[in-house]
Ligand binder design. Structure first.
Ligand SMILES: Nc1ncnc2c1ncn2[C@@H]1O[C@H](COP(=O)(O)OP(=O)(O)O)[C@@H](O)[C@H]1O
Ligand SMILES: [Mg+2]
Length: 359
């Protein structure tokens, strides 16, 4: 899959970009605060309709303007002309001029995997970051998953609202509980199955990046040990005290270990960084396997955070993805220029929100 064209208007510090991208490896070069990450953010936004910086659309509109536009031509099995216009008053998303009303129908039009500073949260952050990682990947690969997740979240919200009351209606509680269990069991099953498939890819990833890698393992850690309904019933007394739902997939975690020890506490910064990158590489491998073509890789400033050995391991990995009909966009400052890269590169200069081809 690749992005053949990108058109931006008033997207952060980018006034306008009209770029044509060939397949292959694209290096976005420039000093700090010129708009390199903003460019990756735009591509990611076209793929997921969200920012990887976790902000709303209002912050993306260029200061002093009222709307932004992001569009692109995605070439995969189909050819998709994507146009996304956003202002506080109006949001318009079309593919080949057809309005997209449901996010679930749109996702998959452009597939990307981003590598950025925030990935550190996968290892160091709260369980929520890891659940989101799994959920995003399932959303990218299973057509009904997003709806399932919404139904579960809705049931959980209703149930928690009820639990906050002094004397909740028990018939209503029962009905939300049934909804919660029915959808929750499916969520857990889907995540368990995904982690089983991802786990060997993560181990492989760390071995490719580092010469003497630690043994990286990932396992799904469910808060429900055996039976969701039974354990929910058992937690009723505690629920009354805490006034919230205490077991279920919203409390689950993805356990990460290095040589059998919890990665967050045990790993060095470099090891944790490698593990986070391996998780993302696994995501890309898994997506590529399922859809038959690799997703677009968006790599933001990761070179500076790895030692020379690990850099040397990562580079061939990503450049191969770039060559195999895929596409990689990688940002770099001049100091972090990866000397390991050679061969077929497309270089772009990013300066004050303008993008130009560099020879
Ligand atoms: N909504 C916005 N409107 C205008 N400029 C913005 C907006 N959001 C961020 N910026 C500017 O974008 C620049 C940062 O761009 P970024 O892509 O993060 O830089 P880098 O090239 O270092 O990756 C900063 O100068 C910041 O002030
Ligand atoms: Mg940046």
């Amino acid at each position: 899959m690749r992005l053949a064209k990108l058109k931006l208007r008033d997207f952060r510090n980018i006034r306008r970009v009209d770029a044509v991208f060939e397949p292959g490896f694209h290096l976005l070069l420039g000093r700090n605060a010129q708009g390199k990450t903003n460019l990756l953010e735009a591509v990611y936004l076209l793929a997921t309709l969200r920012s990887f910086r976790g902000v709303g659309n209002a912050q993306i509109v260029r200061h002093g303007q009222k709307a932004f536009f992001a569009g692109g031509l995605a070439l995969g099995q189909a050819e998709s002309d994507i146009r996304h216009y956003w202002s506080a008053a109006q949001r318009k998303l079309t593919v080949n001029e057809k309005p997209m009303r449901r996010v679930a129908d749109y996702l998959g039009t452009l597939r990307t995997v981003v590598f950025c500073a925030e990935d550190a949260l996968l290892v160091n952050g709260p369980a929520k970051s890891r659940r989101r990682f799994l959920d995003l990947l399932l959303t990218q690969t299973q057509p009904g998953y997003l709806d399932l997740l919404h139904r579960y979240t809705e049931a959980l919200r209703s149930r928690n609202a009820l639990l906050r009351r002094d004397s909740p209606d028990l018939a209503m509680l029962d009905s939300f509980t049934r909804e919660l269990v029915a959808n929750g069991e499916k969520l857990i099953a889907a995540r368990l199955d995904l982690v089983k498939k991802l786990s060997p890819l993560v181990r492989l990833g760390t071995r490719k990046i580092a010469a003497n890698p630690e043994d990286a393992r990932i396992t799904y850690a469910p808060s429900v040990r055996e039976d969701f309904a039974v354990e929910l019933a058992k937690s009723r007394a505690r629920e009354q005290r805490y006034r919230t739902t205490l077991v279920g997939p919203h409390r689950d975690d993805l356990k990460l270990t290095l040589d059998g020890q919890p990665a967050a506490q045990y790993g060095s910064e470099g090891q944790k960084r490698t593990l986070a990158i391996a998780l993302k590489m696994a995501q890309a491998d898994y997506l590529g396997g399922i859809h038959g073509s690799p997703p677009i890789l968006l790599i933001d400033d990761v070179m500076g955070e790895l030692d020379a050995g690990r850099r040397a391991g990562l580079m061939p990995l990503v450049s191969r993805t770039g060559q195999a009909l895929g596409q990689v966009f990688m940002t770099c400052t001049e100091e972090n220029w990866p000397g390991e890269l050679s061969g077929n590169l497309h270089r772009w200069q990013v300066e004050e929100g303008a993008v130009s081809r560099k020879r």
